[in-house]
Design a protein around this ligand. Structure first.
Ligand code: FAD
Length: 301
């Protein structure tokens, strides 16, 4: 390891420590990596911290480095790094994951942004519809995503809806375009943009820069890539997961194994499992339904 001493004008010298191997850009020199989501939306990864990693390593190295601070630097093999990351994630030792940060540029419909903004542990800077005009971009779901109200989940959709209702839905959404024409006309007449925008529907798009550390991003993804989340925000979450996977592959692998594709059992569920019963000792219908879903996932029914 080379050490160069740069002479500072005041105080102690500044020491520059160079790595033994060359440093590589984790974004491969790209200014942004973008995935289109729906017709008008996108998620772009525009920066990552650390941006550089020693050749042959990934952003996972920053997590391992932080976790090992108490033991000092040592030569550890990749499979040991993998074991450590998996241990940290399994046991919710979360702070090392805060050492990695991602900055995204996202364009999404307002109704998705409303769900997204509930996650408070990120830094956000959003497009101003007081300052600028709202572009004429509107979200219209694919026919396959136009479904009936779920009978089991009051917050979800389920079976495909009949053609007539689907057509009515599309013409209802198309009114957004004529609303947008009125919006433009009102601004051309001199109405303040901050007022003109208030009649626009939730299907119009907004954009923001969103910066978050990996620990909080995993929390966001565990809620928003989950089947209980609305399909539209799930599509954005899945795109983000794809974007971060090459940057922190070991963490994403552990996240899939221990969070996304795992399940938590309650005390009542463990008791039901022990007595090999599909009945849960509760009157709560929702809890019973959740138990049935878990049993199905476990292949018990
Ligand atoms: C499927 C689904 C349905 C939902 N339905 C509704 C709904 O009907 N109505 C509704 O209002 N919301 C709803 N939400 C939003 C939900 O209640 C949360 O507000 C949102 O998911 C953000 O979660 P969070 O607070 O854990 O995340 P973040 O804000 O990202 O926070 C991450 C973690 O930081 C900690 N934290 C952050 N801020 C604080 C704080 N001020 N004090 C203490 N701890 C803090 C908490 O541990 C939190 O879990 C829904 C969310 C989902 C996923």
């Amino acid at each position: 390891m080379q050490t160069e001493i740069a002479v500072s004008e005041q105080g102690s010298p500044i020491r520059d420590v160079s790595p033994e191997s060359a440093m590589v850009d984790l974004m491969g020199g790209a200014a942004r990596r973008e995935i289109q989501v729906h017709e008008h939306g996108f998620v772009a990864l525009v920066d990552v911290m650390p941006r550089l990693a020693p050749e042959g390593q990934t952003g996972d190295a920053a997590i391992v480095q932080a976790a090992r601070v108490s033991y000092g630097a040592g030569t550890k093999k990749v499979n040991e790094d993998r074991g450590l990351i998996r241990y940290l994630l399994r046991h919710r030792h979360t702070t090392p994951f805060e050492m990695v940060e991602f900055k995204f540029h996202v364009a999404m419909p307002i109704f998705v942004a409303r769900q997204w903004i509930r996650h408070r542990t990120a830094n956000v800077n959003e497009y101003s519809a007081r300052y600028s005009l709202v572009p004429d971009r509107f979200y219209v779901p694919n026919r396959d995503d136009v479904r009936a109200q779920s009978k089991l989940n009051r917050q979800g959709r389920d079976e495909p809806i009949d053609e007539d209702t689907a057509q009515k839905f599309v013409s209802y959404l198309e009114k957004a375009e004529s609303m947008h024409k009125d919006y433009l006309e009102l601004t051309e007449r001199g109405l303040a943009r901050e007022l003109a925008r208030i009649g626009l529907p939730q299907s119009v798009y907004t954009e923001w820069y969103w910066k978050i550390d990996l620990h909080n991003l995993l929390h966001f993804l565990s809620l928003r890539v989950d089947p209980h989340a609305q399909k539209e925000i799930r599509d954005f979450g899945e795109a983000m997961l794809r974007l971060i996977e090459p940057i922190v592959p070991l963490t994403v692998e552990a996240f899939r194994d221990y969070r996304m594709e795992s399940m938590q059992l309650t005390r009542l569920e463990i008791e039901a499992l022990r007595s090999n019963s599909s009945e849960l000792a509760t009157e709560n219908k929702r809890e019973q339904q959740e138990w049935l879903e878990k049993r199905a996932k476990l292949g018990l029914d």
